[in-house]
Design a protein around this ligand. Structure first.
Ligand SMILES: Nc1ncnc2c1ncn2[C@@H]1O[C@H](COP(=O)(O)OP(=O)(O)O)[C@@H](O)[C@H]1O
Ligand SMILES: [Mg+2]
Length: 226
């Protein structure tokens, strides 16, 4: 499969403490093609965020194989992992993590400016994305002056600014009212479609999960097709 983007085989993640070893991810296999849209559901505490952290290069597996976009994430050094996080992945979390003293525009352009050092280029890309998420009239608002749904739309624009191959979304609508959640949900899928971005979405909203073409339940540390 030459459009294979993520290859994950016999992946394990164990959290060790003095009292016990917590085996959270167990012999997990996953292959993801470019542009595929995947949802992962499962009860609280089953390891969904742990798995996304590993796929996003924020944490490492205890053992197994994990290759994303041709990069071996198990053996990559810290510098390579940092570059991977900045260039290949876009994260959207339940909480927006926008910088409170920066405007919507500045928050969105920051990852592009940090990667390329080109300010005007970063700014024009950010404006384009904020326009696409319906916020062209909120460019100079601080996060505190935005609604919850608007903040998540800025977070989505920020996640997309470096044109990542993958969006990793961890309960992206978990903190929103129904109407805002529906808008963010639609944008997430539409933007992934239009930018040819692979989407991996963790949610316990079954309606949201159902929109993904490929659906898994994280069960006993592994992914079971739904
Ligand atoms: N850094 C850590 N050290 C020890 N245990 C952890 C750590 N991170 C997560 N866990 C444990 O792993 C389990 C899975 O956590 P998590 O991936 O956040 O679950 P989910 O996102 O599905 O709710 C939980 O029991 C949690 O307490
Ligand atoms: Mg979680």
């Amino acid at each position: 499969m030459n459009d294979l983007l993520i290859y994950c085989k016999q992946l394990n993640k164990t959290f060790k403490s003095e009292a016990e070893n917590l085996e959270i991810i167990k012999n997990l296999d996953l292959s993801v093609r470019k542009r595929e849209q995947i949802s992962i559901t499962g009860p609280s505490g089953c390891g969904k965020s742990t798995l996304l952290s590993i796929l996003g290069g924020l944490d490492r597996p205890s053992s197994g194989t994990l290759e994303v976009a041709g990069l071996d994430l198990v053996h990559a050094d810290e510098k390579l992992l940092a570059k991977y996080r900045a260039a290949t992945v876009g994260f959207v979390f339940q909480f927006h993590y926008l910088l409170k003293d920066f405007s919507a525009l500045e928050n969105t352009m920051l990852p592009a400016f940090m990667l390329s050092g080109k300010k005007s280029d970063a700014e024009s890309k950010a404006k384009e994305l904020l326009n696409a998420v319906g916020l062209s009239d909120r460019l100079h608002h601080l996060p505190a002056k935005l609604s919850g749904g608007e903040r998540q739309r800025v977070a989505l624009a920020r996640a997309l600014i470096n044109r990542p191959a993958i969006i990793l979304a961890d309960e992206p609508t978990g903190n929103l009212d129904r109407q805002s959640a529906m808008m963010v949900e639609k944008l997430l899928f539409d933007m992934a479609d239009s930018l040819d971005t692979t989407l991996i979405l963790v949610t316990h909203d079954t309606n949201l999960a159902a929109r993904a073409g490929t659906r898994f339940v994280l069960t006993d540390g592994s992914l079971v097709p739904e």
